[in-house]
Design a protein around this ligand. Structure first.
Ligand code: C2E
Ligand code: MG
Ligand code: MG
Length: 561
């Protein structure tokens, strides 16, 4: 090559950090004089790009303003790109200049090869930047894109004229099941198109992942947006049939104010309100309140203290007796966890759901099992006859293939008979979990460890479980007898559950029994096992040891709770 200096300049210019058009123009200028061209035209097309959905097509012209050009004097080159695309370069010569020699043409080819590398690199940088701020499927901004936009608004002091909305689609899992994933994706894309259409130019919606979205909408359009988002209707063709899909959502709203400290709050604050709407009030939308904030802080504290509390032995086993109603003997017990923190006893309803979300409940469950095994060993060594004691296990364990071995290993480590332990699990709606539950129960049965379905009757799969699961015990949920006295419909359902359980030779126990009236009714329908405040509330080890020694209740002393 005869023009080393110019080529070096050309490459150096392409590496500069600036607008690509300007860079390209300056780079071509380095060579234009020597090679007598006044314009470069580039056509770029990728039919099926790997990392983008739509076809890419660009055409640019760099007119170098160094003299008139001659349309008759052109040199055209084509190259295929890494993505099976096509790049066509046209170099247009200066008017009156002589034709390019073969050597010069070879140099031009070299220039364009280098230029193509530059474009490929530039495209890559763009894609990386875009994918860092964009959701691949819907092409909406993602969390980063959302925060970038909010930051821009904040800089111009306009963010306060917006409210932020965190919304989660109701039952989108079912849409996936009903229509299949590809159709559900299509539905989601149509959904986002509708949402975008509703928004004004300076409002925005982002997808945070899954069926979670966040939007910034002008304050005065809050009600309008909430009623729009409460139910969006999308039409989709499935097997040439038009389907109408209703997509309702839960929404949390945060009213952005001057006191906003951290931009991240515009997401986290409305997510607190969403959580309340979705899991507590079951209302289509909620505005975040001071009270919700307090609870969110408390919840966070619980989550962050859990590990340390487990190590410090702050979790205690409380035992609640299970009683048969012929002679009122204590025939079993349920181990229920209590968190004793600075003298305060915290009940599981306050922390189990929180530690269930991230799976740490599994550690707690195994810890409880170990404590129960240990207590049983002590009772045995002291000559107190223990009763079969059930331990609650979260369904989160089911996905762990080692779970049955963990239980068996633990019981054996304490050297106690398997007959003393029962495992309680709640029923499940998902087919996959039912399979796992079935496998688990089969393994327990092989080992002589009894299993129970807890809160029976509240789920959807109840009767299928009755027929096909290797389960030993049904615990009828207390909601059936919660009311003043058993309501008519509840009475019919519970009678049939008990009847079926008896016919299938399953043990059946009702929990939450507080009154004698309920005992009489339960005996009439054939349920003789009872757990409830009528006899005792869950109690610490020492009190329960006294109950074990007592062996049975004296009916005379038992009063309605
Ligand atoms: P569950 O397993 O259905 O336990 C029965 C709950 O009903 C217990 O609440 C018990 O104290 C309460 N109860 C019993 N008799 C009566 C009554 O007559 N009236 C009323 N109103 N309530 C009664 P607790 O101890 O607050 O436990 C709540 C739930 O927390 C349990 O429901 C169980 O799902 C979960 N849980 C407790 N301990 C553990 C544990 O170690 N691991 C796991 N994974 N979950 C646990
Ligand atoms: Mg239970
Ligand atoms: Mg229960």
């Amino acid at each position: 090559m005869r023009t080393n200096k110019q080529f070096a300049d050309f490459v150096a210019k392409l590496s500069e950090k600036d607008d690509t058009f300007e860079i390209s123009k300056r780079a071509f200028l380095c060579l234009a004089g020597t090679y007598r061209f006044g314009e470069v035209r580039i056509y770029y097309c990728v039919e099926r790009p790997k990392y983008q959905e739509e076809r890419v097509e660009h055409e640019v012209k760099f007119h170098l303003e160094i003299g008139a050009i001659d349309e008759k004097m052109t040199y055209v080159m084509e190259r295929t790109t890494g993505e099976d695309g096509l790049m066509r370069f046209t170099v247009v010569g200066l008017k009156g200049a002589r034709q390019w020699t073969d050597d010069e043409k070879a140099d031009l080819e070299m220039m364009l090869t280098v230029y193509m590398w530059h474009i490929a690199r530039y495209r890559l940088i763009n894609l990386v930047e875009m994918s860092a701020t964009t959701d691949y499927m819907t092409k909406l901004p993602n969390t980063n894109g959302f925060l970038d936009y909010a930051e821009q608004l904040d800089k111009t002091n306009t963010l306060v004229s917006f409210n932020s909305f965190y919304f989660n689609l109701k039952g989108f899992g079912l849409v996936n099941l009903k229509y299949g994933k590809p159709n559900a994706d299509e539905i989601l894309k149509k959904y986002t198109t509708k949402v975008k259409k509703f928004l004004l130019e300076d409002e925005m919606v982002a997808r945070l992942g899954g069926d979670n979205f966040v939007a910034l909408v002008h304050k005065e359009r809050t009600r309008e947006f909430l009623s729009f988002i409460e139910q969006v209707i999308v039409h989709i063709d499935i097997n040439e049939h038009k389907q109408r899909v209703e997509i309702p959502a839960y929404t949390g709203v945060f009213e952005i104010g001057e006191s906003l400290q951290d931009l991240g709050d515009i997401i986290s604050q409305c997510s607190i309100a969403l959580n309340t709407a979705k899991n507590i009030t079951k209302k289509p939308y909620m505005f975040v309140t001071e009270e919700m904030n307090k609870k969110a802080i408390q919840d966070k504290e619980i989550r962050s203290h859990f590990k340390e509390a487990l190590q410090n032995g702050e979790f205690k086993v409380y035992y609640q007796p299970k009683v048969e109603t012929d002679e009122y003997r204590i025939v079993g017990a349920e181990a229920l966890v209590r968190w004793v923190r600075d003298g305060e006893v915290i009940s599981p309803g306050k922390f189990i759901p929180l530690i269930e979300a991230d799976g740490s409940v599994c550690e707690l469950d195994l810890y409880m099992l170990a404590q129960v095994c240990n207590d049983i060993r002590i009772w045995l060594s002291e000559g107190v006859e223990p009763v079969r004691t059930s331990v609650n296990m979260s369904r989160k364990h089911l996905a762990n293939p080692d779970f049955p071995d963990q239980i068996i290993g633990m019981i054996d480590e304490f050297g106690i008979d398997h007959k003393y332990i029962e495992i309680e699990l709640t029923e499940t709606a998902s087919d996959e979990e039912q399979g796992l539950l079935n496998t688990f129960m089969t393994k327990m049965r092989e080992q002589g460890i009894k299993t129970a379905i807890d809160d029976f009757g509240t789920g959807v799969s109840s009767f299928a479980i009755l027929r096909s699961f290797p389960v030993d015990v049904l615990k009828v949920d207390k909601s059936f007898i919660d009311s003043e006295f058993v309501g008519d419909n509840d009475a019919i359902v519970i009678s049939n559950i008990v009847k079926m359980a008896n016919e299938l030779n399953l043990e059946v126990i009702t929990e939450g029994v507080e009154r004698w009236k309920q005992v009489i009714f339960l005996r009439q329908i054939g349920c003789k096992l009872i757990q409830g405040y009528l006899f005792d509330k869950p109690m610490p080890y020492a009190d329960f040891t006294e109950r074990l020694k007592m062996k049975k209740y004296d009916k005379k002393n038992i009063k309605d709770y």
